[in-house]
Structure formats: structure tokens, C-alpha cells
Design a protein around this ligand. Structure first.
Ligand code: FES
Ligand code: FES
Length: 208
């Protein structure tokens, strides 16, 4: 006779096995993508290097990396583009913001493999030769930084913010730039910079 007071799982399926199963399912697509064509298996060691080609600032970069490498680490450690900063490494400060196909992303939470085949734009690719991007010039004109650590992420995010059509008022700018933290609290100057540069940057909404 079964003791109904026994709370132990009878089926062998419990919270721990569920989590283990879910985690396993989550990594399958990544492992499959990370497998080399001749490996013949999706069960290869995910720590083995994989080939990936990233299109960064208009240049193709062929890398051999751990499949778990974030886009931020790929940019900084493998390509040598250190403009994107590592602040929190947890998606909370915005210092690592880059544009992928025109969309703002925090590169510390984006796998490099997931960015393959898409156009990645970093702070290094914003200027045209010696000519600064209007947003870079506006940050200088408006003194929109102190230590400068958050600035590359602020500028990339600001470009995205304008392109999204979210720069029509101070409130809008503050709201849509709220994912970018500035420990030096240069926020009023950042808002002023975004307002200065906005008319020079076509928004995707206007193109519509
Ligand atoms: S370093 Fe990516 S959000 Fe902070
Ligand atoms: S200028 Fe120092 S953190 Fe923003």
C-alpha cells in the first residue's frame, strides 16, 4: 500500500531533473551550430573551438573561438576592438552596446555565433575616416561625459534611439536611453547631445 504522506517523487521526475532537461534542451541548437561539418555529431565538446565569421564595421573577421564566447569578448579579446566596454557583463549597464543590423544589443549577453551573418557596428565603425559621426561630435560639443567609460555604449545606444524614432522629447530620450548607466551622472548633457545630433540622423520611422 502506498503511503500518501511520502512526498518523495515516485516517477523519478523532479525539479532537479526538469531543470537539467531544460538546460540540455537549451544548448542543443548552439551545439549543433557549433559542430564542424565533418564532426558528424552534435555531441562534440562545446569547449572545442569553432569557426565563425563576423561582419564587423564592414570587414569580415574569421575567428576560431569557443562556441560560448560572447560577442563582447569576441570583439575585445579576439578582434582587438576595445571600444565596446565591459561594465557589468550582465546586461545591466549598457557599456557594451553595439548595433546588429541596426538594432541595439548588449554584446555581453549576445553569443558571437548568434551574430554571424549580421552587420555588427561598433563605436570604431561610426566615424567616416576623420569625420566624426554627428552623435560623436554632439557628445564632445555638449560635454556629455566625464570619465568616458560608458560613452561608447551611450553613443551607440543614442544612434539606435534616434533611428528608432525615440528622440522627439527629453522624456523620450531619457526613457529610451535608460538602459545605459552613467556612473558620472552626465545625463543632462547626454540628453542635450542626443537632441543636437538627432536632426542629422535619419530615423527608421521617417523612412517608413
Ligand atoms: S557590460 Fe554589457 S550591459 Fe554591462
Ligand atoms: S562618463 Fe563616467 S560613467 Fe559615464
Amino acid at each position: 500500500m502506498t503511503d500518501s504522506s511520502d512526498s518523495r517523487p515516485q516517477s523519478g521526475f523532479n525539479r532537479r531533473t526538469f531543470i537539467a532537461g531544460a538546460a540540455g534542451a537549451a544548448v542543443v541548437p548552439l551545439a549543433a551550430k557549433g559542430a564542424t561539418p565533418d564532426s558528424g555529431t552534435t555531441g562534440r565538446d562545446s569547449s572545442l573551438p569553432v569557426d565563425v565569421t563576423l561582419l564587423v564595421n564592414g570587414e569580415r573577421k574569421a575567428l576560431k573561438i569557443d562556441s560560448r564566447t560572447t560577442l563582447l569578448d569576441a570583439l575585445r579579446e579576439h578582434i582587438g576592438l576595445t571600444g565596446s566596454k565591459k561594465g557589468c557583463d550582465h546586461g545591466q549597464c549598457g557599456a557594451c552596446t553595439v548595433l546588429i543590423d541596426g538594432r541595439r544589443v548588449v554584446s555581453c549577453l549576445t553569443l558571437a555565433l548568434a551574430a554571424e551573418g549580421q552587420r555588427i557596428l561598433t563605436i570604431e565603425g561610426l566615424a567616416k575616416g576623420d569625420e566624426l559621426h554627428p552623435m560623436q561630435q554632439a557628445f564632445i560639443d555638449q560635454d556629455a561625459f566625464q570619465c568616458g567609460y560608458c560613452t561608447p555604449g551611450q553613443i551607440m545606444s543614442a544612434v539606435g534611439c534616434v533611428k528608432e524614432g525615440h528622440a522627439s522629447s527629453d522624456e523620450d530620450i531619457r526613457e529610451y536611453m535608460s538602459g545605459n548607466i552613467c556612473r558620472c551622472a552626465a545625463y543632462p548633457n547626454i540628453v542635450a547631445a542626443v537632441k543636437q545630433a538627432a536632426p542629422s540622423i535619419p530615423s527608421d520611422q521617417q523612412k517608413g
